[in-house]
Design a protein around this ligand. Structure first.
Ligand SMILES: *Cc1c(COP(=O)(O)O)cnc(C)c1O
Length: 449
């Protein structure tokens, strides 16, 4: 049953005139909605008190973000004091230092965290081939005492990764099948994905390319020339997504080489880099790298972001420097159970990103990669979250929620049920408050659409 008012929009008049009883075909269910003829227009107060099941009052309260920055600053400071008291600022802020101090073994991680049984089993048995690595900086963002800390779940292995469930596979998106030459995935007509490296500074436990990352496949770098040739010889390609692994872990020289080669191809109109570096290794965004990136336009960065805890003073500086260098940034997040599957968390993440000039681009339903069942929410949950964003916050803060279809069908957008019915004259639309409005959706007389 709908709670809300039905309006019939009258074309001749620019107002809501004819309120009446409507019969609406809400997909399979025919529902009758009674309208009070004299009902006054709803005010915000009415909406709050008139909503029963979907508690809007809570939604209003939920969208007020708390500030993370000062807390996370202290977290990193405390972490450094406890575990790296002798590291100088220069060392800590040097990305090579961060990489050479990565935590990659059971022995190393137990210095910082009391592992849970599931975490310990995963590392002891090394049942997953998929490697473990976290930078000291990123580890410093995790509340080490909290077994349920959001970021902890995303980077510390769990034995649950070794359980493969029905519908899961190592390459659910069939990237290998749509690869004309090694390192290139050409699925859409006008753009390609270019897998440049299998290395990441931090490995996400839900990675869709765990088959490939960490160096347990043949090195991708040796195929660069062939991949670039493919792009050069395929004039329908106008957009190249440089991904991996994480391309921003490559050296300045290698990045400069890739961008120079790709931008020199006449039919390439834009280049994007897919990376998590600004949040896991913000020290990598050096003045030298910025100088290189600044020379290539239009350059887009798709930044993999997971949780508001990632937006710290360090990452904010990296984002702002990238924006100042003319890099256009969008975020890509994976919806993860117990990590970011609440309206509150996503709202805060997206607000924080907009403040540092990153536009939320995609929210991905978690791919059915082998061993990912503990991370996956239902699609209904994803729709509920998008519904909790739209209208309650800036449109700029709302990403497109998509499923990358298993089998290689590409990304398909998913929306909450906003279209609630259609009759001869009108399309009925439910707004963010749950109220329904009519749009006169019909063809001009004598035309078909
Ligand atoms: C996601 C993806 C792209 C880019 O898609 P957009 O919707 O344009 O961001 C290109 N190629 C492949 C194989 C992809 O998975």
């Amino acid at each position: 049953m709908f709670y809300g008012t039905w309006f019939r929009y009258d074309n001749k008049d620019s107002g809501y005139r004819d309120r009446r009883k409507c019969i609406v075909d809400q997909f399979n269910t025919r529902q009758v909605v009674a309208i009070d003829e004299e009902e006054p227009p709803l005010t915000r107060g009415d909406v709050l008190s008139s909503t029963s099941s979907n508690d809007l009052q809570t939604s209003w309260n939920r969208v007020v973000p708390r500030s993370h920055n000062s807390a996370s600053m202290n977290k990193t400071k405390q972490f450094r004091k406890a575990f790296f008291p002798d590291a100088t600022n220069q060392e800590w802020n040097d990305w090579h230092w961060q990489l050479s101090h990565r935590i990659t073994t059971l022995e190393q991680i137990t210095r910082y965290i009391d592992l849970t049984l599931e975490e310990r089993q995963a590392l002891e048995l090394s049942v997953t081939q998929f490697p473990f690595s976290v930078t000291p900086y990123y580890l410093s963002l995790i509340n080490l005492q909290d077994q349920n800390s959001a970021l902890r779940k995303t980077v510390i292995p769990s034995i649950r990764e070794s359980f493969t469930c029905e519908g899961e596979s190592d390459d659910p998106l069939h990237e290998e099948n749509t690869s004309p030459v090694p390192g290139i995935v050409h699925r859409y007509p006008d753009r390609v994905l270019f897998l440049t490296t299998s290395f990441c500074s931090v490995y996400c436990r839900y990675c869709t390319r765990s088959r490939l990352v960490g160096g347990h496949s043949e090195a991708l770098e040796k195929h660069w020339k062939e991949a670039i040739e493919y792009i050069r010889n395929t004039p329908v390609i106008r957009d190249v997504v440089i991904s991996g692994g994480d391309p921003l872990t490559l050296s300045d020289e290698r990045i400069e080489y890739l961008l120079t080669e790709i931008f020199s191809i006449p039919h390439i109109e834009m280049v994007r880099i897919g990376t998590k570096v600004p949040v896991v290794l913000p020290q990598r965004i050096t003045p030298q790298l910025l100088k290189i990136l600044k020379r290539f336009k239009p350059l887009y960065l798709s930044v993999h972001c997971t949780h508001p805890d990632e937006i710290t003073e360090e990452s904010a500086k990296a984002f702002n420097n990238l924006a100042d260098a003319g890099v256009v940034m969008g975020s890509q997040s994976v919806l993860l159970k117990g990590v970011n599957d609440s309206v509150e968390t996503l709202t805060e993440l997206y607000h924080q990103l907009l403040k540092v000039r990153v536009k939320p681009y995609y929210l991905f339903q978690c791919d059915p990669i082998s061993g990912s069942a503990h991370f996956r929410t239902t699609v209904a949950k994803g729709k509920e979250l998008i519904h909790g964003l739209r209208g309650f916050t800036s449109g700029y803060a709302i990403p497109q929620y998509v499923i990358d279809t298993p089998g290689g069908g590409g990304k398909v957008p998913i929306l909450p049920e906003y279209e609630v019915g259609h009759d001869a004259g009108n399309l009925y639309l439910r707004n963010y408050e749950g109220r329904v409005f009519a749009y006169p959706d019909r063809a001009e007389e004598g035309t078909e659409n």
